[in-house]
Design a protein around this ligand. Sequence first.
Ligand SMILES: Cc1cc2nc3c(=O)[nH]c(=O)nc-3n(C[C@H](O)[C@H](O)[C@H](O)COP(=O)(O)OP(=O)(O)OC[C@H]3O[C@@H](n4cnc5c(N)ncnc54)[C@H](O)[C@@H]3O)c2cc1C
Length: 291
Amino acid sequence: MIDRAVEYARQRRQFGRPIAEFEMIRDKVARMMADTYAAESMVYLTTGLAERGDVDYSIESALCKIFSSENAWRVVNHAVQIAGGNGFIKEYPYERFLRDCRINMIFEGTNEILRVFVSLAGVQMLGEELKKVGRALRDPIAEIGVLSDFALKKIRQAITDEQFPDIDPLLKKTAVRAAHYAEALSTTAERALREHGKEIIEREFVQERLAEAAGDLYALIACLSRANTRIRDQGAGKAKRDILLTRTFGNAAWRRIRRRLSQVEKNQDANLAQVSDLAYEQGGFGENLIA
Ligand SMILES: Cc1cc2nc3c(=O)[nH]c(=O)nc-3n(C[C@H](O)[C@H](O)[C@H](O)COP(=O)(O)OP(=O)(O)OC[C@H]3O[C@@H](n4cnc5c(N)ncnc54)[C@H](O)[C@@H]3O)c2cc1C
């Protein structure tokens, strides 16, 4: 899809020049590139974990499915927009891709259920792996450190994997951000658990945000790992594309993570719950201004 979108943008002319030159088109192309690089990297990293055979990669797999299916949807959506009216008609492949892509967010585990899984599975895995976690769940305040240790362990496992021994200075700034937000995710999850206790199972507003932050973080770690390995093996010159895409993805990702984590504490969840109650009571939108 990216190849087709780029080809179309370069050949389609409006206002006397190819639409590829307009910044709103550049923005779409750049996002498609950076996010697809991230999706590819996290799948690659996860297949590496699967091949090791000694780690549970179920959370990572779920993160790959959520991120990649939603990225595919965004990419096709951008491609349709770049193709303009042609994007909508059957003579071009876009509309078919758009429809086909939509199912990926539904089957093989809907993305909502996978977000619930990602948020709660860490806690559950802890229960299986560490006896202490049972106590943490019963008394989250006393045992809170256990849960944060778990989150940090998982992230450390990804960061200190042999593919990622030392971070190159060219990626340092992005890596420092990733480490900072890894810690912030763990602290926020801890706080949420302290606040909601076992009721966290019912708090899907919170679960969704934690899962999204975890997805962006894992994607970022995967990009860093890939770019770092390329620099180490082939030198910075050959790794130019990796460095650029990692930095670009990283800049967008850490901002999303920051926003998601701050929304765990400051949000309008109560309003959203009220509005959905209203819709359920009224059986839909209710009053129509234009009948
Ligand atoms: C054409 C077609 C082909 C299919 N092929 C396959 C296949 O090859 N492999 C396969 O695995 N499956 C396949 N499926 C089934 C598919 O996996 C299911 O449709 C999917 O798992 C969703 O289940 P459901 O349709 O019963 O949705 P429901 O379970 O009814 O869910 C409806 C909506 O509610 C949301 N929801 C449900 N529970 C919660 C919750 N606790 N919190 C938040 N949101 C929630 C869901 O995420 C979804 O958005 C196929 C389905 C179709 C229609």
